[in-house]
Write a protein that binds this ligand. Structure first.
Ligand code: XMP
Length: 354
């Protein structure tokens, strides 16, 4: 196959007739897996500078989800999951198991954690289940792989209550295979993250818009758009194409709730936090992994304060997007879009012109 592939900056959504009188009433509930629902479509990435319990709890309070990363001992990850599961018990009494005429029967706000597809993943999953995890995300760079097939089968064999999100994938064929293998949700995007060097190191990857379109076209599973999201406009585009949830890395890294210390170094103006790729040399060194197959970078990003206002701001943008399309909820949000030229991207924005 060789065809032109598009990414977020290549498209714009087209406004449509609207009767929305208040953006506040726009409902953003969605499915994260076959059986679990969220009140908002935002998910924190399982990276060691993005999501441990503090981030997961904050996002859960907002109605979203944080996936606890796996770059720690089984005991430590259990502790993180336990903290989230404990807070969950105090939240959402009104949610529970509910029926929605669009989403069907959906279970309460889930607790999620990631594992790999080899090494200790099986024992890790067993232990995480004991702490109340509902969703296991198999966190693998190339998810269209026999190890992932075996991992899905083994994890699903452990408990009928656990839903499995699998990825990362970039093709329709991979989506169909993962669905056949028993996945309950798909994590989509290869090489498109802000710190990814996969496309540079290997030449592989598919620009996000085309990748999402190809996959959403063939799967009935909820799709999580992962990587390369820089704004609420990107979120709106991914949702408009039919993604159910959006995974965030850089947008919510560098916050009070993201793991890691605030850095105040002489010579650097302002406060910073680390944001590093899961396959970066620094992550591998920190977690005593072999320093091979580095496919990510690490960076310092300006400290942003609490994640709450960032999430609120993103949701304001997404609700506004739905109002431009006349949609009251994500089921109705199916906007038409156009491909834009580079002139279209910089229209009336001289500061963006080179
Ligand atoms: P953003 O753009 O939100 O992307 O910062 C977050 C996503 O990037 C992926 N990720 C990586 N990809 N090498 C990669 O090729 C890495 O080291 C790496 N670390 C994270 C991941 O899918 C994440 O959710």
């Amino acid at each position: 196959m060789n065809k032109v592939a598009l990414t977020y900056d290549d498209i714009q959504l087209i406004p449509d007739y609207s009767e929305i009188s208040s953006r506040k009433n726009i409902d953003l509930k969605t499915l994260i897996t076959r059986r679990y629902g969220l009140k908002i479509p935002l998910v924190a990435s399982p990276m060691d500078t993005v999501c441990e319990s503090e981030m997961a709890i904050k996002l859960m309070e907002k109605g979203g989800l944080g996936v606890i990363h796996r770059f720690m001992s089984i005991g430590e990850q259990k502790e993180e999951v336990k903290k989230v599961a404990e807070v969950k018990k105090t939240l959402y009494e009104d949610w529970g198991v509910m029926y929605d005429d669009w989403l069907g029967e959906i279970k309460d706000i889930p607790v999620a954690a990631s594992v790999g597809a080899n090494g200790d993943y099986f024992e890790r999953t067993q232990e995480l289940i004991k702490e109340g995890v509902n969703i296991i995300l198999i966190d693998v760079a190339h998810g269209h792989h026999i190890n992932v097939k075996k991992a899905i089968e083994n994890i699903k064999g452990l408990s009928s209550e656990i839903d499995v999100i699998s990825g990362n994938i970039a093709t329709a064929k991979a989506a169909m295979d993962l669905q056949d293998w028993g996945a309950d949700g798909l994590r989509v995007g290869v090489g498109g993250g802000s710190l990814c060097t996969t496309r540079i190191k290997t030449g592989f990857g598919v620009p996000n818009v085309s990748c999402l379109m190809d996959i959403i076209n063939v799967t009935s599973l909820p799709v999580m758009a992962d990587g390369g999201i820089r704004s609420s406009g990107d979120i709106a585009k991914a949702l408009g194409l039919g993604s159910s949830t959006i995974m965030l890395g850089s947008l919510i890294a560098g916050t009070q709730e993201s793991p890691g210390d605030i850095i105040n170094r002489s010579g650097l103006y302002g406060l910073y936090k680390k944001y590093r790729g899961a396959a970066s040399l620094e992550t591998k060194t920190t977690h005593r992994q072999e320093q091979r197959n580095v496919e990510g970078e690490s960076t310092l990003i300006p400290y942003k304060g609490g994640v709450g206002p960032i999430v609120d701001d993103l949701l304001d943008g997404v609700r506004s997007a739905l109002s431009y399309n006349g949609s009251n909820n994500l089921r109705q949000f199916n906007p038409d879009w156009v491909q834009v030229t580079s002139a279209g991207q910089t229209e009336a924005k001289p500061h963006l012109m080179k």
